[in-house]
Design a protein around this ligand. Structure first.
Ligand SMILES: O=C(O)CCC(=O)C(=O)O
Length: 265
């Protein structure tokens, strides 16, 4: 598949692009079944609600990806990390021939999967999940430039009740000051200039098989899950091949997987 010029302009302008009914339902069901088994057994590496909500940014960077922390049995898993190596079904989706040309077009160069960051099954569990506050993924990552895009795949319905993603269109191209963020790099909701911007937020309910591409600087958030059913999604990030991770940072600490370049972007 190739994106139209209009779709590329939409991504450039808004910082995200919805691709309805992009992935086959059967593949989504298989991914979900495998993910549920890994979640049930808390197969490491995982991120827990505890790590996400309580710990400081520095503490979180230290524990992520190192295995199961001692407290993990009692707390809810928020995400399964490093899913590329967990199962061939996960790998096949990330390398799928339908998505590869789209990613090359969006990035304008050869796409490379980063294992260091979003390479995850993301959950919102009933009763235990928390909201994800407004943030830009790029603030937590360390790359030479911002040519990175995340690929979100809905494995079932996602809506305002179970924590669908919300975006601030165009925020990936805006300049912000440090005062607009708290010490954990969340975009403050009680600063007047932020409040005005947050009013422009949008969200699109998703169905199984829908894909959302979003830029690494786009401000986004998600509510907690207020239903009785887990919400499970797949998210992974690709970068342009010419965009290198900074040495000595977590972004450079994991393998990268270049995708085949089928046609010139
Ligand atoms: O909690 C969610 O579903 C949103 C995930 C997210 O924003 C992120 O992982 O960057």
């Amino acid at each position: 598949m190739r994106l139209t010029d209009e779709q590329l302009s939409q991504f450039e302008k808004n910082g995200f692009l919805l691709l309805p009914q992009f992935a086959q339902a059967q593949m989504c069901d298989t991914i979900r079944d495998i993910a549920l088994a890994h979640l049930k057994h808390k197969v490491p590496p995982v991120e827990t609600e505890y790590e996400y909500e309580i710990k400081s940014k520095e503490e979180r960077e230290k524990t992520l990806g190192t295995g199961v922390p001692h407290f993990v049995k009692e707390v809810s898993v928020r995400r399964l990390r490093q899913v590329y190596h967990r199962d061939i079904v996960f790998r096949e989706w990330m390398e799928h021939e339908r998505i590869r040309p789209v990613l090359a077009q969006i990035l304008g160069e050869r796409p490379v999967i980063t294992i260091a960051h979003h390479n995850s099954i993301m959950t919102k569990m009933p009763h235990t999940s928390t909201q994800t506050r407004w943030h830009q993924d790029f603030r937590y990552w360390h790359f030479e430039n911002d040519n990175l895009v995340s690929v979100w795949l809905a494995l079932e319905s996602e809506n305002s009740q179970n924590g669908v993603l919300e975006f601030i269109p165009g925020s990936h191209r805006m300049q912000f000051t440090p005062e607009q963020f708290d010490e954990k790099e969340y975009f403050l909701e009680d600063v007047p200039q932020n409040r005005a911007l947050i009013e422009s937020k949008v969200s699109h309910p998703l169905q199984k098989g829908d894909v959302v591409l979003f830029h690494c600087k786009l401000l986004h958030r998600a509510n907690k899950n207020m239903t009785d059913t887990p919400k499970i999604s797949f998210v992974y990030t690709v970068k342009g091949a010419g965009n290198h991770a900074q040495e000595g940072t977590r972004s450079s600490a994991y393998e990268e997987i270049p995708l085949p370049l089928d046609t010139l972007p």
